[in-house]
Design a protein around this ligand. Sequence first.
Ligand code: ZN
Length: 448
Amino acid sequence: MRVIPRALAVLALLLATAGAGAAGPAVPPVAEAQLEAPAPSAPVARRRARSVDLDAPVTALPGKDYRQELQRDIETVTDRAQDAALDTLDDLQVPALVRDARPPFVLLGAEVAAGTAARLAWQPEESFEGIAAATPVLVVNGAGDGPVLCLTAAVHGDELNGIEMVRRVLYDIDAQQLQGTVVGVPIVNLVGFRRASRYLADRRDLNRHFPGNPQGSSASRIAHSFFNEIILHCNVLVDLHTGSFYRTNLPQVRGDLRRPEVVRVAEAFTSTAIIHSPGATGTLRRAAVSSGVPAVTLEAGEPMRLQTQEVEHGVQGIFALIDQLGMYRKLRVWGNPVPVHYRSRWVRADAGGILLARVELGQKVAVGDLLGSVTDPITNLRADVVSPYAGRVIGKAVDQFVHPGFAAFHIGIATRSADLGTAPRGEAQDEDERDDVDPGSRDSLEDS
Ligand SMILES: [Zn+2]
């Protein structure tokens, strides 16, 4: 046994001599071919997600230490507990220890262990902006089996209510009590969010480019990356939006009600108006449904604002959905479990001037009811905007200057799903959808 230290001493001496350079024995040169040889193809190493306690307050500001910690893989709490348990056991008993049977949830090349929460990052491959903007992705992976529910917000960068809904839902769930997985992307369009803009940096609407194309425009490539990296891993998708451009929406779920799987998701929100809308081509939810992921849009409030009432309604609805999916029990009482289905029509101002609304969101209106007035500030001529429909105000413009033809009031007309027919095959657009959009500003009204 005493030979070993001596051998080590000799080895150390040899190494020291070699380190002295010219004085020592020549170091064999590395063949050039060896330098240029491609690295052997190893399987892509999957990193284990850092487990973060989503309830814990953030105590340190992002800085050098924080970045260093981000680069380190940290064992999960569960792993440490298992290691501690292993340490106390005799070696012979180890095989008898049953590990958690549920496999980790894999997303973005990371594994999130069952019963833990993690923060991941999605970065579009084909985007210059993406170099600076890795989008945070929150994951709560439940201890028990269940579906993967995905929540996406701020696909339009100026729509803030959904960001807060995602935060409240994801930080309110205890992973140990959850069956299945909840994935939350609070700010999909980080570039737009930073500029307080609805659009991407090139003025394109990301929500018209799904499922995307890896060889297409910048928007199309970003959409393709997001769709493949995140959306195709979901079993149910809720895309959170608000009204657009000085318009506000009653909290409402929009979906293609000709599809039973979408109706089931929409109705689970309870006490929330449901609007039939197949969704414009290129919208996230339409592309998701086409790929077999039942999806709805949850609209609430207006852009550029954080509205606590709308946020609370959305959070209640999402928890009702989570409950209906059998993923999590939360003691919340919310009446009127069967929501009304609507189709919808826009009512336009025929005159230009100052628009002043005379109805509130959610108000019921009859044919001929006064919705608002438009007054010419120069001539003082006033024109009334009257409802041609009986229904409920589900969206409206905030008071502002308008031009003739401006879509000012969105009226929901109660309907039965059976009256909507069945979804056509392929991408053909139906009559409902064409009527639903404003041809002059398609972007601003359909799936706002
Ligand atoms: Zn939107």
